[in-house]
Design a protein around this ligand. Structure first.
Ligand code: OSB
Ligand code: MG
Length: 330
């Protein structure tokens, strides 16, 4: 079911959230918040995505606002700290934003940096978390096969929980998995799930040990839950640098999965200087609650994007809505 565009626009608010640390090259995150019959929901595809790709994010927004979430099987979700590609000396300050987390995901392979930068950053994270910490890295598909193999050798002494999207293609992931099997370090697929024509292809090809699932790009909580069931692999629910409302969507997905053996990438509200919720879904004691946060209109006013950006987002929402409706008509 797709609500009318007028219903979506009636409550849509475009916000611009300042971040504490540059992440994915951005320092301000924009989002549309929409109030549906089931509560606030979020539409925030990254600005560089085309309308086709952004339409899955609108499906997700509608799913969360206009449909009851599946029955939650847990009421809190353990989360990881997310460490952007910062210099090693900034690691303690980043980790301090994620109180109580035993797991950290560290960005590596950033353009313009070297493997030495990655090694020093990962070392600083391991030093801070100690032997009981869990350290995973995310290369965002930026290594080729040989670079990945070489980098994983260099990072293995820090005892990696898994390596997320080391290379771009399913074939590369499958080959890398063969090459590093003897090391016992699992490979997790992220972009190969959320940006693929077939999100199950990587699992079918046996090219990953773990799937990363994100509610917005996968078309919502219900669709993503189904992808996890069909993939038949352990899943880690992560986010897309969402506001507390988008994080709540992810938390409802994580809460509905029959098994959740890894900490989830849902702590990223900690990277925002401000947020839309009265009680932001920042990690406390290493977890976030499974709730629909209340959004204050005062905060929406404060964080409102300027006229030009607001129009840009509402136009984009309208184009994606048209694509959704056309899809239904086919
Ligand atoms: O998984 C996490 O720890 C947080 C989310 C995250 O890393 C992310 C956020 C925005 C865009 C891409 C990614 C990613 O996992 O690659
Ligand atoms: Mg990732």
């Amino acid at each position: 079911m797709v609500p009318d565009l007028a219903d979506l626009l009636a409550t849509s608010r475009v916000v611009s959230l300042p971040m504490t640390t540059r992440f994915r090259g951005i320092t301000v995150r924009e989002a549309v918040l929409i109030e549906g019959p089931f509560g606030w929901t979020e539409f925030s595809p990254f600005v560089e995505y085309d309308d086709e790709e952004a339409t899955a994010w609108l499906r997700a927004a509608i799913d969360f606002g206009w449909r009851a979430a599946p029955e939650p099987l847990r009421d809190r979700i353990p989360v990881n700290a997310t460490v952007p590609a910062v210099p090693a000396d900034q690691v303690p300050a980043v980790l301090a934003r994620f109180p109580g987390t035993r797991t950290a995901k560290v960005k590596v392979a950033e353009r313009g940096q070297t493997l030495t930068d990655d090694v020093e950053r990962v070392r600083a994270v391991r030093d801070a978390l100690g032997a009981e910490g869990r350290v995973r890295v995310d290369a965002n598909a930026l290594w080729n096969l040989d670079e990945a193999e070489h980098a994983i050798h260099a990072l293995a002494p820090f005892d990696l929980e898994y390596v997320e999207q080391p290379c771009a293609t399913v074939d590369e992931l499958a080959e890398l998995r063969r090459r590093i099997r003897y090391m016992g370090i699992p490979i997790a697929a992220d972009e190969s799930v959320r940006k693929a024509a077939d999100p199950l292809a990587v699992a079918k090809a046996g090219a990953a040990d773990i799937v990363i699932v994100k509610a917005q790009p996968l078309g919502g909580v219900h669709a993503a839950r189904r992808i996890v069931a069909e993939a038949g692999l352990p899943a880690v629910v992560s986010s897309a640098l969402d506001t507390s409302v988008g994080i709540a969507m992810g938390a409802h997905l994580a809460a509905a999965l029959p098994e959740l053996e890894f900490d989830c990438g849902l702590g990223t509200v900690a990277l925002f200087a401000q947020d839309v919720a009265d009680e932001p879904l920042r990690p406390v004691d290493g977890s976030i609650p499974v709730v629909r946060p209340s959004v204050s209109s005062a905060r929406l006013d404060e964080l409102q994007a300027d006229t030009e950006r607001t129009q840009w987002w509402l136009d984009r929402l309208a184009r994606c809505h048209r694509i959704l409706e056309r899809g239904l008509a086919l």
